[in-house]
Design a protein around this ligand. Structure first.
Ligand code: NAD
Ligand code: UDP
Length: 324
């Protein structure tokens, strides 16, 4: 994906993943239209891109109505949605709306422009999985009326409408199911485990582990994930395709490792497990390798060191609190 690649519309482009994606697409020669309403993202994430040749920001809520973009568009990438459990539990209706109406508006744009459409779906579509690791053929174990359902079911609906536009209108769609991804630009207070643990450790505060910490996650470093999205965009693969790291860790082990890497003198405290918190999560990435030649290369530990360095630099600059 290099050279004059065309114009990509990145919805949610001012978020954690979106801002890295905008940066990568620009470096690959794309023109990028970033669409965001800053509900969980921030102008600071894309400040370094503003004014760059080929970059344009449209401040808009993609749920509100159809998007009007002048000129040809080659790819529409839908990353717009609150993604942290703390965020989507605070924004339940907005989350349902952006997964449903927002996705429909972006599909309409892709249809109008005859563009490739990529849906950033999630491992949450598997819910609290009964099959482990999770292959794409697993249909999941989601509580449709629990608090997390606003995110899980919105993304499941987003997948369904994406497939319906493909079948009904012939839109060139691709669905990726992203597993827990971390790295620089996560908000220190977004509530997700990695930024929370790093923030707490750097402040010499106890690390809050939910329950006994035996639940697992598989943590993918952001640069790996972006490479997977770029490959998916440049392909005609329909998906869904899992994108994630296959290295599985318990949350307690993650907390302990972050404590060691930051040399934090503070300990670990137990807090309540969120309702319907999945007990295990690990992607089967055979399909990603087969279809895209992709697999995560960055060891979780290496990613943690990079992320801690980034948070540390912000702490030294006195800007960590701004990431709240
Ligand atoms: P994020 O909250 O940092 O980014 C989401 C972005 O979408 C923000 O900039 C937000 O302001 C924007 N947004 C939300 N609603 C919008 C709306 N109605 N109109 C316009 N913009 C809107 O989260 P992230 O971690 O970067 O996640 C990006 C995408 O990837 C999300 O769709 C998420 O579901 C998916 N995903 C992320 C992960 C992960 O581990 N980071 C895992 C699975 C799926
Ligand atoms: N978690 C935790 N302490 C925190 C934040 C999260 O123990 O301060 C746990 C959470 O309960 C879950 C895991 O870490 O079991 C991953 O949570 P995160 O919010 O990062 O992602 P998700 O639940 O979406 O996988």
């Amino acid at each position: 994906m290099s050279g004059a690649a065309g114009t990509a519309v990145v919805a949610g482009g001012a978020g954690f993943l979106g801002s890295h994606l905008c940066e990568r697409l620009l470096a690959d020669g794309w023109h990028v239209v970033c669409v965001d309403n800053f509900v969980t993202g921030s102008p600071e994430n894309i400040a370094h891109l503003t004014g760059a040749e080929g970059f344009r920001l449209i401040e808009a809520d993609v749920s509100a109505g159809p998007l009007r973009i002048e000129g040809p568009v080659t790819a529409v990438l839908n990353l717009a949605s609150p993604a942290s459990p703390v965020d989507y539990l605070e924004l339940p209706l907005e989350t349902l709306r952006v997964g449903s109406e927002g996705t429909r508006h972006l599909l309409d744009l892709a249809r109008e422009k005859e563009a490739r459409f990529i849906l950033a779906s999630t491992s949450e579509t598997y819910g609290d999985p009964l099959v482990h690791p999770q292959p794409e053929t697993y249909w999941g174990n989601v509580n449709p009326v629990g608090p997390r359902s606003v995110y899980d079911e919105a993304k499941r609906y987003a997948e369904a409408i994406t497939m319906a536009y493909r079948r009904t209108h012939g839109v060139d769609t691709g669905i990726i199911r992203i597993f827990n991804t971390f790295g620089p630009r996560m908000r220190a207070h977004d509530g997700r485990a990695v930024p929370t643990f790093i923030r707490q450790a750097l402040a010499h505060e106890p690390i809050t582990v939910a329950g006994d910490g035996s639940q697992t996650r598989s943590l993918c470093y952001v640069s790996d994930l972006i490479e997977g999205i770029v490959r998916m965009t440049g392909s005609t693969v329909e998906g869904p395709v899992n994108l994630g790291n296959q290295e599985e860790v318990t949350i307690l082990a993650l907390a302990e490792r972050i404590r060691e890497l930051t040399a934090s003198p503070a300990g670990i405290v137990q807090v309540a497990r969120p309702v319907d918190d999945p007990s295990v999560r690990c992607p089967d990435t055979a399909k990603a390798y087969e279809c895209l030649g992709w697999r995560a290369e960055f060891a979780t530990e290496r990613g943690l060191i990079e992320t801690i360095d980034w948070f540390r630099a912000r702490q030294s600059a006195g800007t960590l609190a701004e990431a709240a």
